[in-house]
Design a protein around this ligand. Structure first.
Ligand code: 15L
Length: 271
């Protein structure tokens, strides 16, 4: 099989570190594109990883990092609510630069790290018995969430207009362990995050799809269909952590929005 060279943005973030926490694999190499070189243990000894420092808002830097790349995993972004201008420059402009360079390079697959905050205004009452659809219409809860919804659309545009295949992952709460009770339903375990990314890059996929980035959590009200379609099967459930959190923080409120605390922060104010 052909060698794959994957450009990963935002590799120094929580999710990037989780995805890279695995041994070297034959046939796979990575270009990490980040404003600061990621501090990952053993990085210097890895023959499969090259680090390029640069900003996603710098189109030339992005284009030169894209040389020889076969696939893109775009995680790099302002990851919570922020100033409007910065959201536009980094999250919108950066995603467009990545897509332009990827299209010019003939990249095969582009995986976009979207967020539950692109649809953060949905509540459990909006979900049917099979859970809220993976590709539910955008209902952002912040400028940040809006930028993720816009990024999803931008990827779709490039998939319609080029040969690129795209996967939008609407990531729930991806941390080594869930940080708060209300995030239990949407936890994506590290192991599941890696399995989901493998499915996006290796399995048969449609030209464009949207999938939840969530484990098979007991308390989840999100659909598992999107994951199933691309051959992702979750191995984890946040229920194992339930005793850590106060009972009133883990009860499901039918009118409690998916985006939780993001829905009430003032727009355009850095969190
Ligand atoms: C996100 O989109 C953020 O990037 C992450 O830091 C978490 O806040 C996550 O959502 C969440 O909703 O838990």
């Amino acid at each position: 099989t052909a060698e794959r060279r994957v450009l990963i943005t935002g590799a120094s973030g929580t999710m990037g570190r989780i995805l890279l926490d695995r041994p070297e694999r034959q046939g796979w190499s990575y270009v990490l594109f980040d404003p600061v070189a990621p501090e990952i243990e053993g990085l210097a000894d890895r023959g499969d990883i090259a680090v390029v420092t640069g900003d996603v808002s710098d189109a030339q830097a992005v284009a030169s990092a894209m040389q020889g790349v076969t696939d893109v995993v775009h995680l790099g972004a302002l990851s919570v609510e922020d100033y409007w201008e910065d959201i536009l420059r980094v999250n919108i402009g950066g995603t467009r630069n990545l897509l332009e360079a990827a299209a010019a390079q003939g990249v095969g697959r582009f995986v976009f790290a979207s967020s539950n905050h692109a649809v953060g205004c949905y509540t459990p009452s909006d979900a049917g018995p099979a859970g809220l659809a993976d590709d539910a219409e955008a209902r952002p809860d912040t400028y940040y969430g809006w930028s993720k919804a816009a990024g999803e659309d931008l990827l779709r545009l490039y998939c319609e207009r080029t040969q690129m295949r795209g996967v939008v992952i609407r990531i729930g709460h991806c941390f080594p362990e869930p940080l708060t009770g209300p995030r239990l339903p949407f936890w994506l375990s590290p192991r599941d995050a890696r399995a989901l990314l493998d499915a996006c890059l290796e399995n048969d996929i449609a030209p464009f799809q949207t999938v939840w980035g969530s484990s098979a959590n007991t308390r989840s009200w999100l659909s598992l269909e999107g994951g199933k379609k691309i051959g992702f099967v979750s191995a984890d459930d946040s229920e194992q952590f339930v005793d850590r959190f106060p009972a009133d923080s883990i009860a499901i409120d039918p009118d409690g929005p998916l985006g939780a605390h993001f829905v009430s922060v003032p727009l355009g104010v850095p969190m």
